[in-house]
Structures are given as C-alpha cells and as structure tokens.
Design a protein around this ligand. Structure first.
Ligand code: SF4
Length: 393
C-alpha cells in the first residue's frame, strides 16, 4: 500500500479537525530545506544556484525542530540540496519522528548506503529516493552517469534492512510515455512502497529551460502514461487519486500554496516550495502576511505552467474531503485517459513576473558577512556576540 493506513488515518483526522475548527488555511506537509548544497548538479534544478557562502549555510537541529513545531503539519518532507550532506540529519529525523510526524527524507541516494546505519526503520520514516526514469533517463536528468545504478543498489540495501522506500520521479518535456510506464513497472521488482510523480516546475534559475513542460503537454503526457497502466491503477502512487486525475486534465484546480509551506536557510519562503518571492521570520507571519491571491496559475506569470504536487496535492486532498465518492471512483476505476479535458485556467489576467532572486541573495550575503564580522569582533576585547554559527558538514 503506497500510503500506510496509520498515515492516512492521522492525516485524515488532522484535516477533519482543521475543517471543523473553521481554519481556512492550514499546512499539510512542511517542506524543510536545511541546506541548499548538493553533490549533484541536475539540469532541471532551481535550488542549487547560490553563491558559496549561502551553500555553506545549514539550519541547525533546533531550527529544524522549531520549524516543525511552529508549523504543526502532520507530514515533513526534508529536501534541499542533498539532506544527507547535513551532518546532523539523523538527529533531525529522530527529533521529528519523536513528535510522531511522518518524515520523507528526499535523497539522490549517493550517500544512502554509507549513512544507513544512522537511521532506524519505522512507520513514521520513509526514504524518498529521486529517480527520474530508467537508467538513461535518470543519468541524463542528473547529468552524471552511474547515479541510477548506485541509487538502485542503495534502495536494495534499505529495503533489506526493513526501511520504507518511495520513489520521487519528476518528468520533463520529451519524456516518452512508454518508457515511463516500463520504468514504473520495473519499480515493482524493487519492492518500493510508493511512487510520487510530478511534472518539473520551470525554475527560472535552472540551467536548462527548454526541458520544462507546459500545462497542455503535461496533461497529455500523463494521459499517455496512465493509459499504459490501467488508468494508473497498476502502480502504487503515494498521491491522492484526484491529484493524478488533475495531472491527466480531468480536474480544474487552483493551487494551495500554503498546503506545503517551506522553511529554508533564508526563513519561511513566500509563497511556496517552488517560488522564492520573499521570506517571513515566522510561520505565523508567513500565513498571515502573504498576499496569497497574488499567486497561483492565472494570477502570476511564474505560476502559469505549474502543476507540481507541492502546489496541487493539498487542493486534491481538500477536494477528496468534499467529494469522497468522486475520489473513490477514480481510485477504483482508474484515471480517465480520453475524452474532453477540463477547461484550464485563463492566463489573460495574470500579473507579470517579478525578478527578485538577486536581491534576496544580496541581502543574505550581507547578513552572513555581518555575522562573520560580528564573530571577528566577538573575539576582540569589547566585541559583540554573533550568535550560534551554522552547523557545518
Ligand atoms: S502555482 Fe502555486 S505551487 Fe505553483 S509556483 Fe505558483 S504558487 Fe507555487
């Protein structure tokens, strides 16, 4: 089963509680990015294009656990960068699991075998291994040969030790439906527990811009893939049936950016995991002071082609709550892969993109520079304390 019953029950109870209390906006999964440094440089990645002083930053154990407590979401997805480069990652995971949150530790698996002893299998912990297709597809996506083979070996070791392992698959323009379907079939042989699939977001900082899918291509691609797998039923997706239905063009959803709030070394990222348009100092500030209506497909140019799970899975979960029979029908009968698609959101009224990345980087570099100068002064007579230094690798 892709989503364990315990997780379904606890997340379901959380959603119902929030609903009954009349809370309009609440998080489902915290996206925790304790560092941006990675040991790969994938062509479609928009997360690692920072100057060295920012790549050297780490969220401490206390900052990570503080973010988990502030946010209160029942699921924590730890991404980056490559989280296994963080020397305190095992203790961060331990602290989150102790809070009975479901942890998904996203990794490219290059360090997984080496670090496996530091982690314990259990119902609250899942390795989420990045694989963007079969050997050729994946090694091309991560721009390094041999990565697929190493990831497969690591998955085998983790499964043999009793860990839950999910596959996290991002698809780009040019993905061949037949090959993707065969790739999903092959995952059953690895005994993986679930698959998370999503179209790549067109990060403005990603090195290769021509590989991103627009919404029309995305919807047709997913229809063509699901068609080869019995409407998707043949594969154990760890996502709601209505999100898969949305990917195949059968639902017209607006995004729910607060469903997956993101904490990085910059602070709480506005508005979502994919877009860094500003930062809040606390979770409450993020929720209360973000102009949510300024974002989402149809509202903002940078959101025009987004169909990523971090924006739309929460919408699908809310819709499941509102229309449980429709969700059950898709789960039982499979995703519809022919016939008319739902009309998509019009883009005419969207506001133009703003380019703020360079400003945020400059502010952060100045902050780091100030901290270092403060640390230098702290060592001198009469100097001030610069506060705790970020955790090193
Ligand atoms: S559509 Fe939503 S999830 Fe996607 S980039 Fe825009 S705000 Fe973020």
């Amino acid at each position: 089963m892709a989503i364990p019953l315990l997780q379904k029950f606890r997340v379901g109870a959380y959603v119902v509680r929030k609903h009954l209390s009349g809370t309009r906006r609440y998080p489902l999964a915290l996206m925790l990015e304790p560092l941006f440094r990675c040991n790969l440089a994938c062509a479609g990645c928009g997360k690692i294009d920072y100057p060295e002083p920012i790549l050297d930053q780490r969220l401490s154990i206390d900052e990570c656990l503080g973010a988990v407590d502030e946010c209160g979401a029942p699921v924590v997805s730890i991404a980056g960068g490559e989280p296994l480069l963080h020397k305190d990652m095992a203790r961060i995971v331990e602290g989150i699991v102790a809070r009975r949150k479901f942890v998904y530790l996203c990794t490219n698996a290059l360090l997984l075998e080496k670090k496996l002893d530091q982690y314990r299998p259990g119902p609250y912990f899942t390795w989420s291994v990045h694989l963007d297709g079969d050997q050729d597809m994946h090694d091309r996506a991560v721009c390094q040969p041999g990565v697929y083979r190493r990831a497969l070996a690591a998955i085998g070791r983790a499964k043999a030790r009793g860990f839950r392992v999910n596959i996290n698959c991002t698809l780009f323009d040019g993905a061949e439906p037949e090959r993707v379907a065969r790739f999903f079939d092959s995952l059953a042989l690895l005994d993986v527990d679930g698959i998370t699939v999503s179209p790549g977001y067109a990060y403005e900082r990603a090195p290769e811009q021509q590989h991103f899918l627009n919404r029309n291509n995305t919807r047709q691609l997913f229809r063509d893939i699901f068609k080869r797998g019995d409407g998707g039923r043949r594969w154990a997706f760890g996502q709601s049936s209505l999100f898969l239905d949305f990917l195949a063009g059968n639902q017209r959803y607006h995004c729910t950016p607060w469903g997956n709030p993101t904490r990085t070394v910059f602070g709480w990222q506005r508005p979502c995991y994919l877009l860094g348009e500003g930062y809040a100092a606390s979770f409450a500030e993020l929720m209360d002071e973000t102009d949510w209506d300024a974002y989402g497909t149809g509202n903002y140019e940078k959101c025009a082609n987004c169909m990523v799970h971090s924006g739309y899975e929460a919408t699908a979960v809310m819709d499941t709550l509102a229309h449980p029979l429709a969700a059950a029908r898709v789960a039982l009968a499979g995703v519809r892969t022919d016939g008319p698609m739902a009309p998509d959101i019009a883009l005419e009224g969207q506001r133009p993109a703003q380019y703020v990345h360079a400003r945020h980087v400059a502010v952060k570099l100045a902050e780091i520079g100030g901290r270092k100068a403060g640390a230098g002064l702290a060592g001198a007579p009469g100097g001030r304390d610069a506060g705790p230094a970020p955790a090193a690798e």
